[in-house]
Design a binder for this molecule. Structure first.
Ligand code: UT7
Length: 343
């Protein structure tokens, strides 16, 4: 008897981003407000990070709410219906309820039927990680369209008295629809991690030590402290400048694209000086538009690339069909870069 053979899933030959959308919280926090919390200056914050203001979410602007708003725009731009979405991936490090995944609530609120929905944790590389998974799902035949969301409420994890991070983080959501394409629209993802540097950006303490079980509290009488994000800025800065330019170049090479063929460079919005250093290392021609959304948005981790992408398309700096180099990098450490066709 011949051994039965499984019929494998078959998907689209290529995939691309069909739509992108963002949500920016209403409340603007200018540098002047940050100066009420920390000893700094507007000039220092602007010259060292490039940030002039950031947005912080209000009570109604939850991780789910911001995601639904951003996703609605991406779905509309893609010209599909929510029922066509066969996968919802939400990348976040600041949704404070661990179970269930916030992706299922978002999928349900959008009307995505029974689409598989799950969260991933890849910090500032989260959008790229999600994009890579979505590309595989579409080309592998396990979904026709996949919704990728990067969303953060980093204000919930910001220690307003910490001089090295209080001015950096912002809140927001960015979303993209990945689906089938007749031509290649997402290049090979160059992604990776370096756990030897896990400590350079991390939560100050785990939830179980921050909120010890009642008997432990009774036993030790420890003070409870809300965890916050802590960053050892300089090593992260050095790693980003030296290592990430190489990763970005690898993504270009893998896609068979040269820097002068790009219509946009959209790096994670971590620090304007990191962006400038990468431009130099990549020898990016001055004619290539560069995302500088950090000035008004701060560092929104997983949301920063889709937010910046939406802004560049809306402002006319970049155009649908242009090639864009995206690169995310952050806590883990983790990174992900690829060349994509803009929706
Ligand atoms: O999104 C995930 C990935 N994250 C990143 O890629 C962030 C990477 N790191 C950075 O962007 C930068 O390291 C920061 C913007 C966080 C800090 O900039 P820096 O140039 O690395 O500052 P520093 O920590 O080396 O401090 C330089 C000086 C110090 O003073 P002295 O010792 O030179 O007198 C600090 O005390 O600036 C001082 N300083 C400040 N001054 C005013 C540190 N923080 C502040 C502040 N305001 N908030």
């Amino acid at each position: 008897m011949t051994k039965p053979q499984i019929r494998p899933a078959t998907g689209a030959q290529y995939s691309r981003i069909h739509g992108v959308g963002g949500y920016r919280p209403v409340r603007v926090i200018p540098n002047s407000e940050v100066l009420e919390w920390i000893d700094s200056s507007d000039e220092w914050i602007r010259t060292r990070s490039g940030i002039a203001e950031r947005r912080w979410a209000g009570p109604e602007e939850s991780v789910a709410e911001m995601s639904v708003q951003a996703a609605g725009k991406a779905i509309a731009q893609a010209g599909i219906t929510p029922e066509q979405i066969g996968g919802v991936i939400v990348s976040t490090v600041s949704h404070l309820k661990q179970t269930p995944a916030i992706a299922t609530e978002i999928a349900q609120r959008l009307g995505c039927g029974t689409a598989p929905a799950f969260d991933i944790s890849a910090a500032c590389a989260g959008f790229g990680y999600g994009l890579g998974l979505a590309d595989g799902m579409v080309r592998g035949g396990n979904a026709e369209y996949v919704l990728v969301i990067g969303v953060e409420r980093l204000s919930d994890l910001t220690d307003k008295s910490d001089r090295s991070t209080a001015f950096i983080f912002g809140d927001g959501a960015g979303a993209a629809i990945v689906g089938p394409s007749n031509t290649p629209g997402i290049g090979k993802l160059i992604w990776g991690s370096d756990g030897s540097q896990a400590d350079v950006i991390s939560q100050t303490q785990a939830w179980d030590t921050a909120f010890a079980k009642p008997d432990a509290i009774n036993g030790q009488g420890e003070e409870q402290k809300w965890p916050a994000l802590r960053m050892d800025g300089q090593p992260v800065f050095r790693w980003a400048v030296w290592e990430m330019a190489k990763v970005a170049q690898q993504a270009l090479d893998a896609a068979g694209i040269t820097a002068d063929q790009l219509g946009a460079f959209i790096p994670h919005q971590a620090n304007m000086r990191i962006t400038d250093a990468m431009i130099k290392a990549l020898k990016l021609p001055a004619s290539v538009p560069v995302a500088r959304d950090i000035a008004e948005t701060g560092n929104t981790s997983a949301a920063s690339i889709p937010l910046a992408m939406e802004r560049m398309l809306e402002s006319g700096e970049a155009h649908s069909g242009d090639l864009a180099l995206i690169i995310g990098f952050g806590a883990g450490l983790v990174y992900a870069a690829a060349v994509v066709t803009l929706p």
